[in-house]
Design a protein around this ligand. Structure first.
Ligand code: HBI
Length: 95
């Protein structure tokens, strides 16, 4: 069982994820990334898909041409958990 991060833990975690913002209504963190073109965006998504499958933790995302809009939340915790922080950290390391 995974639990939702409390506010203090969330704030500490997000201080290291400066490109991500917490969305109250979605209970998750969001980052929008702009690439040069669709091939680069999709290449990035392919790498994230491999990380996500390994972690058994999957992004909610939206892609239009060169933009990828990512939301990370944990359904099993009904909110933001350490799993989201870990995946966001891995995603940032790809960029
Ligand atoms: N992905 N974002 C996200 N949140 C989850 O709670 C989650 C997931 N992928 C798989 C998963 N949970 C499994 O543990 C099962 O709940 C399907």
């Amino acid at each position: 069982m995974i639990s939702e991060l409390d506010v203090k833990s969330r704030e500490i975690a997000l201080s290291n994820l400066t490109e991500w913002s917490y969305e109250e209504d979605k209970k998750g963190i969001r980052r929008i990334i702009k690439f040069d073109n669709f091939v680069s965006a999709f290449g990035f998504m392919s790498k994230v898909a491999i990380l996500a499958e390994k972690a058994d933790h999957h992004p909610e995302w939206f892609n239009v041409y060169s933009t990828v809009d990512i939301l990370l939340t944990t359904h099993d915790a009904d909110g933001l958990s350490q799993r989201d922080i870990d995946l966001a950290t891995q995603i940032d390391a790809l960029l």
